[in-house]
Design a protein around this ligand. Structure first.
Ligand code: FAD
Length: 329
């Protein structure tokens, strides 16, 4: 039997499909159409049948459900075993997984067990028209070059893909597809971890990938206290505060607010870069924002090259003046 089709590993939490999986269905749809093959969504969990329609509405031709109480929460070993069995059974030529903490855990394990390669953290995927190989592109050498990687010998071709980079397709409630249950014969021996308690993070902030407006601060904000300047602007614009790696390393904001190559890829309607120089690793995470405003006291700062609007000045003066202007208008 030949390897055929595109398969997306669907991440769900509490029966809620994660945004990255819908983005991958969008990309998977495009790749499947180029190859003239089917797109399969593989979803693992417990009591999850109800989410299969949504996966079809977002582009899947077929949904493979592995429903087992041992898969209620993500645990490395049973999930790895189950996904490997789904892939062995489906034999897709391409497998896409989100480059999330779960995807980064399960992706390499599954690829090793099925003896194929994995290109991690891709930011772009396409099909080579000539030989139908998957072209997997990702930043390399600290983001200084973009490397396009192919896996010509082995199948399936596997990639983990950065959240926020691909676009989900328009939901179509009239789309139809097949739903199949697949039994992977898990036993209690496959579960080597016992979850005693799940403690949810208390804050209920919007993920920076979902924010329409981001006020991002860099080392130029000077100190932790000055985050309040960014917060004032974000409150006025109903946005969220994010930052460069420099401010995360300083401990001024949390890691989940970092924009860039080793942080999050964001695409808000409005992105403020305040005291951020514009290193390539930062730009990689925000250059697709709809409108970029840069505030920097150095007029030569590279951030101005990607900005739609540049303000040369001290952010400690510019931002309060801007906030004042918004309040009176
Ligand atoms: P700086 O480069 O120090 O820039 C500070 C800027 O503030 C300057 O341009 C200065 O002119 C301006 N400034 C100073 N005072 C003021 C003021 N009062 N008003 C206005 N402007 C002022 N970086 C990321 O951001 N995200 C990543 O994901 C990331 N991943 C990386 C991965 C690798 C493998 C490597 C090697 C690096 C990575 N980096 C990342 C780090 C990146 O190379 C830069 O070091 C970092 O982005 C710099 O942060 P910054 O712009 O805040 O600080």
């Amino acid at each position: 039997m030949e390897y055929k089709g595109v398969l997306v590993f669907i991440e769900q939490r509490n029966k809620e499909v994660q945004k990255v999986s819908l983005e991958l269905l969008g990309k998977g749809r495009e790749l499947a159409d180029k190859l003239g093959v089917d797109l399969t969504a593989a979803v693992l969990g417990y009591d999850i049948e109800n989410i299969s329609d949504e996966l079809i509405h977002y582009g899947a031709d077929k949904v493979v459900i592995v429903d087992d109480k041992r898969l209620k929460y993500y645990i490395t070993e049973p999930y790895t075993k189950a996904l490997k069995k789904v892939i062995d059974n489906e034999m897709p030529e391409i497998v896409l997984i989100g480059a999330t903490s779960i995807g980064r855990d399960i992706g390499p394990r599954v690829s090793a067990r099925i003896h194929t390669g994995l290109t991690a953290d891709c930011t772009s995927l396409d099909i080579d028209e000539e030989n139908k190989n998957l072209l997997m592109t990702r930043p390399a050498f600290g983001g200084n070059i973009m490397a396009t990687i192919v896996c010509p010998e082995h199948r399936p071709q596997m990639a983990t893909v950065r959240p926020g980079v691909m676009q989900k397709i328009q939901k179509d409630i009239n789309r139809v597809g097949n739903i199949e249950f697949f039994d992977v014969n898990l036993s209690d021996n496959d579960v080597n971890v016992e979850i005693l308690e799940i403690v949810k993070e208390e804050k209920k902030k919007i993920n920076i990938e979902d924010a329409k407006v981001l006020i991002s601060g860099g080392r130029g904000i000077g100190n932790k206290e000055n985050i309040s300047i960014l917060k004032e602007l974000s409150n006025e614009l109903k946005g969220e505060v994010s930052g460069s790696r420099a401010v995360v390393d300083e401990g001024w904001i949390k890691k989940d607010r970092q924009v860039g190559q080793t942080g999050k890829t964001v695409r808000p309607d409005l992105y403020f870069a305040c005291g951020i120089s514009g290193a390539i690793q930062h730009i990689a995470g925000m250059e697709d924002s709809e409108f970029i405003v840069a505030i920097n006291k150095n007029k030569e700062a590279p951030i101005f090259e990607v900005a739609d609007l540049g303000i040369v000045g001290d952010l400690k003066k510019v931002i309060p003046a801007l906030v004042e202007e918004i309040r009176v208008s």
